[in-house]
Ligand binder design. Structure first.
Ligand SMILES: CC(C)(COP(=O)(O)OP(=O)(O)OC[C@H]1O[C@@H](n2cnc3c(N)ncnc32)[C@H](O)[C@@H]1OP(=O)(O)O)[C@@H](O)C(=O)NCCC(=O)NCCS
Length: 176
């Protein structure tokens, strides 16, 4: 049994074992937008998500639990770099490992696609997200001063994949 540490309540939470990840489709947008509005000061609109759905570099995933969208993720994969644009989990489902699941899946796909690193910007005050990124190997490499509309700084965080990662994968897959 887990406790919802974020809300400080004694409320049982189940780990994200029954959660599956799949590509985001247009029919998911009402649920995604509801989470987006609860999660961000300046939420993306339906048009923003549609734009990313049609962007050849865009990759969007949802975390689905018994038909309910409880989280989502959006990134770009351009050349050998992944840039993470959006990750959010429904407030009732946080601290169940869903954010970790979404990020791990993205990083694994990035490695399969021979990417060398992943990067993102995060508000300096967003301690839950910073803790999640650090856990998965991201390090702060720069500060973008007054990056956000309210004047808040962004931390630029990068996760560099091991240089021999691609070679190991090539060897194990039998490719030359
Ligand atoms: C950031 C966010 C996506 C994390 O999602 P989540 O599903 O709750 O995170 P997980 O349960 O996978 O947490 C994995 C680890 O991250 C860290 N973490 C996550 N939330 C945390 C919090 N509130 N406080 C401290 N550490 C936290 C912990 O190390 C946690 O591991 P643990 O639960 O075993 O201690 C979620 O809080 C969210 O949607 N926030 C609003 C949107 C947002 O800020 N997105 C990021 C924009 S850059």
């Amino acid at each position: 049994m887990l406790v919802n540490k974020e809300a400080g309540e004694i409320q049982p939470l189940q780990p994200a074992q029954a959660v599956s990840l799949r590509p985001l489709v247009e029919a998911d947008l009402p649920a995604v937008l509801a989470i987006e509005q609860s999660a961000f000061l300046i939420p993306w609109t339906r048009a923003s998500f549609l734009h990313e759905l049609h962007n050849p570099h865009g990759r969007l995933l949802v975390a689905d639990e018994q038909g309910q969208v409880i989280g989502y993720f959006c990134n770009w994969l351009v050349a050998d770099e992944v840039h993470i644009l959006r990750v959010a989990v429904h407030p009732d489902h946080r601290r169940r490992g869903v954010g970790r699941l979404l990020l791990q899946a993205t990083l694994a796909e990035a490695r399969r696609c021979r990417a060398h690193s992943a990067s993102l910007e995060v508000r300096r005050s967003n301690l839950p997200a910073i803790a999640l990124y650090q856990e998965l190997g991201f390090c702060q490499v720069a500060v973008r001063r007054r990056y956000y509309e309210n004047g808040e700084d962004a931390l630029l965080m990068v996760c560099a994949f091991p240089p021999d990662n691609n070679m190991l994968e090539m060897k194990s897959s039998g490719e030359p």
